[in-house]
Design a protein around this ligand. Sequence first.
Ligand SMILES: [Zn+2]
Ligand SMILES: [Zn+2]
Ligand SMILES: [Zn+2]
Length: 103
Amino acid sequence: MTMKINGLDLDRAGRCRHYHSELDIVALKCEICQKYYACYQCHDSLENHHFQANDIESDKPVLCGNCMTYLSFSEYQVGTCPNCLHRFNPNCRKHHSIYFKGD
Ligand SMILES: [Zn+2]
Ligand SMILES: [Zn+2]
Ligand SMILES: [Zn+2]
């Protein structure tokens, strides 16, 4: 299976060198390059533009790194992957303004 998540030092669930707790398994899509990244820091060091937040109404702005299922913002907000039931990191809410707009 090809890795759909981009980032630095990723493990098999998409955790990167910046965020790597048990719950840090989601990847977020940049509106400009339409790629999924483990975090905005990974994105900004590998791309030539800054991470651009996606509108929360956009199609599947989140990717579960545990089962590689694409998720809508409302599915992600539940806090648990609807497919593999892995929990997401609730602290990510602090970074909502980086990853999403329109919230
Ligand atoms: Zn980008
Ligand atoms: Zn990172
Ligand atoms: Zn999942």
